[in-house]
Design a protein around this ligand. Sequence first.
Ligand SMILES: Nc1ncnc2c1ncn2[C@@H]1O[C@H](COP(=O)(O)OP(=O)(O)OP(=O)(O)O)[C@@H](O)[C@H]1O
Ligand SMILES: [Mg+2]
Length: 225
Amino acid sequence: MINDYLISAKNIRKNFFQGSKELEVLKGIDLNVQQGEALCILGGSGAGKSTLMHILGTLDSPSGGNVYFKGDDLFAKSDEDLAKFRNKHLGFIFQFHHLLSEFNALENIMMPARISGESKQDCKQRALDFLGQMGLSDRASHYPTELSGGEKQRIAIARALMQSPDIILADEPTGNLDSANGNVIRDLFLDLQRRLNLTIIVVTHDQKFANSFPKTLHMKDGLWV
Ligand SMILES: Nc1ncnc2c1ncn2[C@@H]1O[C@H](COP(=O)(O)OP(=O)(O)OP(=O)(O)O)[C@@H](O)[C@H]1O
Ligand SMILES: [Mg+2]
């Protein structure tokens, strides 16, 4: 039953049109993820991993198929309701941190709360707590250009946690880091999953990174293999 899962995808297809040519990128993907699961999606370049993550995160719609959250058909919602859904339930982490360069670390972490209408006063302490959990209390006033790659990624994780999401979607979160910093990020994810019973879906092309996760699905040419 789809209601038994936190997030479920059924027969997801995605085609892109390149002029008159149609490119089949996702060819019928099913996925069932339970609350508190840490799932790794492993696959080579061009397999369709980011395309799937964008669809699971409702940042892009599928050409066919459905995504359910606690049994709710997400793409039946209006754009406005989907934006609210993302803000409340999802935390995104990308390969390139996507921090806003004109805001400092603390302001970047507060951003999702500010967007949802919370005052600075109300969300500042929470943001400081997450900053502390990432071991970066002394970097609050640093702008993204004044942070290392690993630090930027930890700020992005704190930002993703800010609204207490149900699911963290992370697309190649360690793609730009050396292996030591990559391990720090990996351990942070696994700790969050254990400590907060957070549901995590993380994409990688790195078998070694995937080995640390309790469950891995392999994707090739838009299908599980
Ligand atoms: N907007 C688009 N228009 C046309 N083709 C696209 C578009 N987005 C992705 N593709 C194609 O879809 C395929 C899958 O892309 P996707 O970004 O999902 O791969 P990926 O598995 O994330 O790869 P990587 O590991 O390199 O990030 C690629 O061949 C890509 O060229
Ligand atoms: Mg990708």
